[in-house]
Design a protein around this ligand. Structure first.
Ligand code: NAD
Length: 485
């Protein structure tokens, strides 16, 4: 079947060219199980060609005046807005998330382009004219060179847009290695950037998996790597890239807790948590994976979540009324079902069994219904591990201190939320919780282009985070010039 599928090409130096690899993988529509494309598993040779093209382009692109560079980003932003619906449909097709989620993802991606278009201001240095008698000091910013981005399947638009628009606006040239499970959107993003006038070789795309990633990690002419993906791969990428002398930021997995206090607006909490736990089929790094209900609100919260989960419409995300799409692959569905079994074996109560909602035929897409466990404790694998699927654990605590202590035991620390009306509880939560992205009375503290996106602990490896001013720091070198005049 794979032979008949259209094989994607790599984008190298402005030309779409076939990979040198004879290996490929099939891209599926996860809502139907239909094979839609074939993606090459590119080799070191392909990466090397992309690096050579990016190095050549760097010579002129890095010297192109910054306002001239960003004029292309303004045009790109217009094109992305014009193609918003097309891009959202493509996200739904290859990832499976609902059209509304996909539409929101496109917005987040566009915002990154808007932020990057501020490069003339963002790249400014600073001066002190009188650092000593007749002496002045100044700091100047320069691009770092050829930068690579390695991205996950779950946000095929937003996550690449955290990387290449800002890196390119800062004068770098870029090689994107999109997820082999969702490679189509990257292709379209590159086509539209070329339509906006981006010179050849500034953005290159190399499709693939492990071999392509290893090629990036080992290539001597790649200066910096942005990675987003699962925790073990993030740690591997961070260590190997650093060992090869590269600047690296590696954003990793998550197990986000939401604490609900007795004074919370119950309806809001149920609505927000349901969307955060089951939206995008739980395949978000900011998904709510664990609810810690404090005190007497627990019973009514659990009832509310159960009812709301049962009211979700599951199906193909291209149907506008669908709220819960499939998980990404059959293998991921099977892994999720194993976690549901292990939760039962470990003694948690399976309040809502999403397996009962699954289509009868295996050929009908990779669906797992919204699943809720109660009586979960911190020894269970369903609490410890990132499941990355529509499986929610609910725990109980007597106090806010106890709830924070539970969340802080997790090895992950990407995000955390609280539902409460109490200013002092919000302050305590903000001061004491171990997590980089906090939400107060919201389900998902989504990353914003304008601020750094910041996980802690095993949710992040590196120093400078993605987005915002951290992104500018990551994609630029500084020079200090001290002059006697
Ligand atoms: P993944 O780690 O499987 O893949 C990410 C990238 O790494 C892909 O491009 C893939 O080709 C490559 N890769 C996979 N295995 C590799 C290996 N053994 N060696 C070298 N490269 C390898 O992640 P995924 O399943 O695509 O994405 C989901 C994960 O990403 C979740 O853990 C999620 O929490 C995480 N994520 C984190 C953030 C964040 O901001 N912290 C954002 C989105 C997703």
């Amino acid at each position: 079947m794979t032979e008949q599928l259209k094989q994607l090409n790599n984008l190298i130096g402005g030309k779409w060219v076939p990979s040198s690899s004879s290996h490929s993988e099939t891209v599926f529509n996860p809502a139907t199980g239909e094979a839609i494309h074939s993606v090459p598993l590119s080799t070191f040779e392909d990466i090397d060609q992309a690096v050579q093209a990016a190095r050549v382009a760097f010579g002129t692109w890095s010297k192109t005046p910054v306002p001239k560079r960003t004029r292309i980003l303004f045009k790109y932003q217009q094109l992305l807005v014009e193609h918003w619906e097309e891009l959202a449909h493509l996200v739904t097709l290859e990832n499976g998330k609902s059209y509304d989620d996909a539409y929101g993802e496109v917005q987040r991606g566009i915002e990154n382009v808007e932020f990057a278009a501020g490069a003339p201001t963002l790249m400014m240095g600073s001066q002190l004219p009188d650092i000593a008698t007749n002496m002045e000091s100044g700091m100047y910013r320069y691009p770092v060179g050829v930068v690579a981005g390695i991205t996950p399947f779950n946000f095929p638009m937003m996550v690449p847009c955290w990387m290449f628009p800002l890196a390119i606006a800062c004068g770098n040239t870029f090689i994107l290695k999109p997820s082999e499970r969702t490679p189509l959107l990257a292709q379209r993003l590159a086509e539209l950037f070329a339509d906006a006038g981006l010179p050849d070789g500034v953005l290159n795309i190399v499709h693939g998996a492990h071999d392509a990633v290893n090629g990036i990690l080992e290539h001597p002419s790649i200066a910096a790597i942005s990675f987003v993906g699962s925790q073990p791969v993030a740690k591997y990428v961070y260590e190997k890239a650093a060992a090869h002398g590269k600047r690296v930021q590696a954003l990793a997995g998550a197990k986000n807790h939401t604490i609900v206090l007795p004074d919370a607006d119950l309806e809001e909490a149920v609505r927000g948590i349901t969307a955060a736990a089951f939206g995008s089929a739980g395949e978000r790094c900011m998904a709510c994976a664990v609810v810690v209900a404090v005190g007497e609100i627990a019973d009514s919260l659990i009832d509310g979540l159960n009812q709301a989960a049962s009211a979700l419409k599951m199906g193909d995300g291209s149907d506008r009324s669908v709220q819960l799409g499939p998980v990404i692959r059959q293998s991921h569905k099977e892994k999720t079902l194993k976690y549901i079994e292990s939760g039962q074996k470990e003694g948690a109560t399976l309040l809502r069994d999403g397996r009962k909602d699954m289509p009868v035929s295996e050929d009908d897409g990779y669906f797992v219904g919204a699943t809720i466990f109660t009586d979960v404790n911190t020894h269970m694998s369903i609490w410890k591990d990132e499941i990355f699927a529509p499986v929610l654990s609910v725990m109980r605590a007597q106090t806010l201190d106890e709830a924070i202590a539970i969340a802080n035991q997790s090895e992950f620390a990407n995000g955390a939320c609280i539902y409460t009306d109490s200013a002092s509880a919000i302050r305590k939560f903000r001061e004491e919780i171990d997590a980089g992205m906090l939400g107060v009375n919201i389900g998902v503290p989504a990353p914003m282009a304008f601020f750094p996106f910041s996980g802690w602990k095993h949710s992040f490896y590196g120093d400078l985070h993605a987005n915002g001013r951290d992104g500018v720091e990551f994609y630029t070198h500084r020079k200090m010039v001290t002059s006697r005049l």
